[in-house]
Write a protein that binds this ligand. Sequence first.
Ligand code: BEZ
Length: 210
Amino acid sequence: MALRIGDTAPNFEIETTQGKVNFHDWAKGSWVFFFSHPADYTPVCTTEMGRTAKLAPEFAKRNVKPLGLSTDTVEQHKGWINDINDTQETILEFPIVADKERKVAELYDMIHPNEDQNATIRSVFIVDPSHKIRLTMTYPMTVGRNFDEILRVIDALQTTDAQEVACPADWRPGDDVIIRPTVSNEDAKTKFPQGWKELRPYLRFTQIEK
Ligand code: BEZ
């Protein structure tokens, strides 16, 4: 069965470009951006890998470790990383899983046979420090992911973990947030002393520190 939000991200031990990784040990205390791509030496993936590498300071700021995966070998990955660094003008420093036997791809349901019989599609799993899956996204082979959205959703998850709020459509850090309907107006007075704007009893906007 496909993995769902709230599930524990299954553990695995596998070779990567940075040696053997036990997923839960490696992830300990961090958020993880775990993503699969169809194959090494493919054009869209090359740009996605470059973008992930360039965003290293943004991921680090949010306590997020990126982890890539495709069903190629460590040697193939390493050769391709040279191309990525060259063509995308970056230095890729995060590990890429070498899932030649498709063990992790199957564990995470990353192969969608009606799209491609063998290759992993563009899956994303955002995993929190307690190893819980907090977001899944699935993109087709021919469409690269939007990394602004990946950072935005991590910001939103970290914001809604910190306070009893929710993030409205197209929310960006600094925008107003919504006080959750489970918070009564009485409780809101202490939790949100800055006040709020009530459009409906269930739709209350407030401003929080960025
Ligand atoms: C790519 O990652 O570049 C790609 C993979 C499969 C089909 C088309 C593009």
